[in-house]
Ligand binder design. Structure first.
Ligand SMILES: [Zn+2]
Length: 418
């Protein structure tokens, strides 16, 4: 039987939607739990980019769930099949929950390659076409604890026709049924959870239909696809997510794909989202930036506001405010350490941050490493960004528990405001 293990205990629901709770009995042996709202650990083939397992585990607040994608994995199917032990063993992962999704949220995914029977993923070697049978064979090889069902998610762009959106909802439901049939007969996938995918583009009726129909199937939870940053106006997204979450059962988790910016995360938590993908710290690291937004909600007169001026690189748009579909742009939640102004700035990346980088190094040193293309720059930035981002999720849970979401929002949005 699919999706029977994971259990969600809600301890609090704020204003009818924002959910605080604990996802229990997660993982094949049911040995893990995940706080919600929560975030997954973004990886490439099981490894957090730039970090070894040893380095990673110096960071506190790490999520229990490691996120891998079929776009990274599909081209290694033969090697993994030969290895036989599954990806966890192959990548040297211990004591974690492995979640496998279709696409890499931090990589560009070209559209125009789905058919009634197939979807395509893009690895380093190019496009790989997957039928439901191949998709399920891959899951058996990867041996995740939990995976996303196959979906036709090519309808996120504004202006996609109603006919195409309807087709994507129909195909995604058909893919789910096919995956469930294989899943339920497979001994290899016993105890593994499957999430159904809600599609529907920007059309309310299709979103509602997709949510209702998916909820009728024996899934452990739901992935909400097609809401990624830049896909649509934030107000419309919140309205659609609210409509979708109202259709979904209270006791199953909802994972939002493709959204990582802190302001958007807060908005989506308040629309009823429980889980997010954790690719944002990686994107900031790749552009030489350190996350520096504040999420401090404890009253402290000596630290009333962040000590920084707005962090905008010369000419870079403040894309916290606009509908920007280019995720390579710096956002207002980070500082660009390549900027010359940091060459003699001897403060830590973020005052008060307890990460290894901030305890041992200054902005000037990371600036120097970036300027000389030292690999250590990526390592130090990734340590700080991972720590900062996952601490932000802890702050969200504290804010929900203490009725301080307004305060948290103000703190987060302060960055970049004059
Ligand atoms: Zn730090």
């Amino acid at each position: 039987m699919a999706g029977s293990r994971m259990k969600l205990d809600l301890s609090r629901v704020v204003q009818g939607r924002g959910r605080l709770g604990l996802l229990k009995e997660v993982g094949r042996m049911g040995q893990h739990s995940v706080d919600i709202p929560g975030c997954l650990l973004y990886t490439h083939l099981g490894s957090v980019p730039h970090l070894t397992q040893d380095t990673l585990h110096t960071i506190s607040c790490l999520p229990a769930v490691t996120h891998v994608t079929l776009s990274n994995m599909a081209e290694h199917q033969e090697v993994l099949e030969e290895f036989k032990g599954g990806l966890k063993k192959f990548a040297g992962l211990h004591d974690t929950v492995l979640y496998c999704s279709l696409h890499d949220p931090a990589a560009h995914c070209p559209t125009g390659h789905t058919t009634n029977k197939t979807v395509s993923v893009w690895g380093s070697g190019g496009r790989i076409e997957l039928t439901a049978a191949k998709f399920m064979a891959l899951q058996k090889t990867v041996q995740p604890d939990w995976y996303q069902s196959m979906a036709d998610g090519e309808t996120w762009q504004t202006g996609t026709s109603r006919k195409r959106v309807r087709k994507s909802v129909d195909r995604t439901l058909a893919h789910l049924d096919e995956c469930l049939t294989v899943h339920q007969k497979s001994q290899d996938l016993e105890g593994v959870d499957i999430f159904g995918v809600v599609e529907g583009g920007d059309i309310l009726e299709e979103r509602v239909r997709s949510a209702r129909e998916t909820a009728k199937r024996p899934v452990a939870g739901f992935c909400l696809d097609g809401f990624q940053t830049g896909a649509m106006d934030q107000a419309l997204r919140s309205q659609l997510i609210t409509a979708v979450t109202q259709e979904l059962p209270e006791d199953k988790p909802r994972l939002l794909q493709g959204v990582g910016r802190p302001d958007e995360v807060l908005e989506c938590v308040e629309a009823g989202i429980d889980l997010f993908e954790g690719f944002f710290p990686f994107q900031a690291t790749e552009r030489g930036c350190a996350l520096c937004f504040s999420f401090d909600i404890t009253p402290n007169p000596e630290r009333a506001a962040p000590d920084e001026e707005p962090h905008t690189a010369g000419g870079t748009q403040l894309n916290g405010d606009v509908n920007c579909d280019d995720q390579t742009h710096m956002t207002r939640f980070e500082m660009n350490l390549k900027d010359k102004r940091y060459q003699d700035d001897f403060r830590p990346l973020v005052e008060g941050c307890g990460c290894y980088c901030c305890r041992n190094h200054q902005r000037a040193y990371v600036h120097h490493l970036l300027m000389t293309n030292e690999l250590l720059a990526g390592v130090l930035l990734m340590i700080h960004n991972t720590c900062h981002y996952h601490s932000f999720f802890r702050a969200i849970r504290e804010a929900l528990a203490n009725d301080k979401m307004d305060l948290l929002r103000r703190s987060v949005l302060w960055n970049g405001k004059e």
